[in-house]
Design a protein around this ligand. Structure first.
Ligand SMILES: [Fe+2]
Ligand SMILES: [Fe+2]
Length: 358
């Protein structure tokens, strides 16, 4: 079905949806397809961290976040052309967790594309995920836009294969947030070779959208908000006029501009992660364009898991975040500045000091 809408109409529909509650999904409008009248939308859901307790029991809160995202995605009108899932279906990589997550996601109407998260990978090195979902890196073209999906959560072979006595121990180590025993994520040589070949056939004026799980930029190494070969991947994307990288993993709002590439994170359906400066022991590494929001209320299970509306109008991203119990925020591409800015809070004088902790 193809129904065209203008941006004002789309935002109006977006706010009508938000009025219905906090929606843990994102809706994306792509308004720069090469052919006229081929604007389209897609929805984005990420980081469900389905957690197996025992038998048929799973952590209820995480189940509810994903169930709600699926239900809301199915109510979108006009229908999105496809849905993207940003990784970390599972918490500890178990087949039960992946199956349970996919059963819930199976309720989505429409084609779903997936990217691998580290929580899906480090138990069996992605075997079960790939058995269920297919290759971990691929590309596709849709209405004049080239989409690339990368597995960005690989790491050094020695860490993966030789350091841990069991697969479960390896998974536990990589699942920890602040872990000196961890290892930086990377896309790796093989996928970068593949990407180079894949992009050779794409015109430089074709908009390119890259989906990864970790940011293809370096934000904070201690928490693996980091991709070790980010610069090498960015170099392959540099010849293109408009590139957008959309990633999950960080469970919070981040935006940044590096040359021709704009970076935007997606919200999670599970818990929010803290900002580095809310922990006094770590240096703030957030991209300098990102304005921190206040910490979520731990007693409100959906707080800071909101959703965002993403408008890729003319190839530049405007992002509207709808945050229950936090002020809604709009990050819009400023054509004069050549980068995205927070329309309300970017000016230092307008910012609300972040809470340090509860
Ligand atoms: Fe995650
Ligand atoms: Fe992750």
């Amino acid at each position: 079905m193809s129904k065209t809408i203008n941006r004002r109409e789309f935002l109006k529909r977006g706010s009508a949806l938000v009025a219905a509650g906090s929606l843990p999904l994102s809706l994306v409008e792509v308004a720069f397809g090469k052919a006229a009248g081929e604007n389209f939308t897609f929805a984005y859901i990420s980081d469900s961290h389905i957690t197996h307790v025992k038998g048929s029991e799973f952590v209820r809160n995480w189940d509810r976040g994903l169930i709600r995202a699926v239900a809301e995605a199915n109510l979108l009108d006009p229908r999105p052309d496809f849905i993207f899932y940003g990784g970390d279906i599972a918490q500890l990589g178990k087949a039960e967790e992946i199956d349970h997550g996919l059963e819930i996601l199976g309720g989505l109407n429409g084609k779903v594309h997936y990217v691998m998260g580290e929580h899906d990978y480090y138990l069996d090195l992605g075997d079960y995920w790939k058995k269920q979902l297919g290759p971990d890196h691929y590309s596709f073209d849709h209405k004049g836009v080239h989409f690339v999906v990368l597995n960005s959560i690989l790491t050094f072979d020695d860490w993966t294969n030789n350091k841990w006595p069991t697969a479960a121990e390896r998974m536990h180590q990589m699942a920890r947030l602040d872990n000196p025993q961890g290892s930086p994520f990377m896309v790796g040589d093989a996928q970068r070779e593949w990407l180079k070949t894949d992009l050779e056939k794409v015109g430089k004026d074709t908009p390119v959208v890259v989906f990864s799980h970790s940011p293809i930029q370096k934000i904070h190494k201690g928490w693996n908000f980091w991709t070790d070969d980010a610069e090498q991947v960015q170099a392959l994307l540099k010849p293109f006029d408009k590139v957008t990288v959309i990633y999950g993993h960080v469970h919070q709002i981040q935006y940044n501009q590096i040359g021709n590439i704009s970076f935007h994170s997606a919200m999670a359906t599970a818990w929010p992660w803290p900002y580095p400066s809310t922990y006094t022991q770590v240096q703030t590494w957030l991209p300098k364009l990102t304005v921190e929001m206040n910490r979520a209320d731990p007693f409100f299970e959906r707080d800071a898991t909101g959703w965002q509306f993403i408008n890729l109008h003319t190839g530049n991203v405007d992002m509207s975040y709808m945050l229950p119990d936090n002020s809604n925020r709009v990050v819009a591409f400023d054509t004069r500045a050549g980068k995205p800015v927070d329309t309300k809070y970017q000016a230092v004088a307008n910012r609300i000091p972040p809470q340090t902790h509860y």
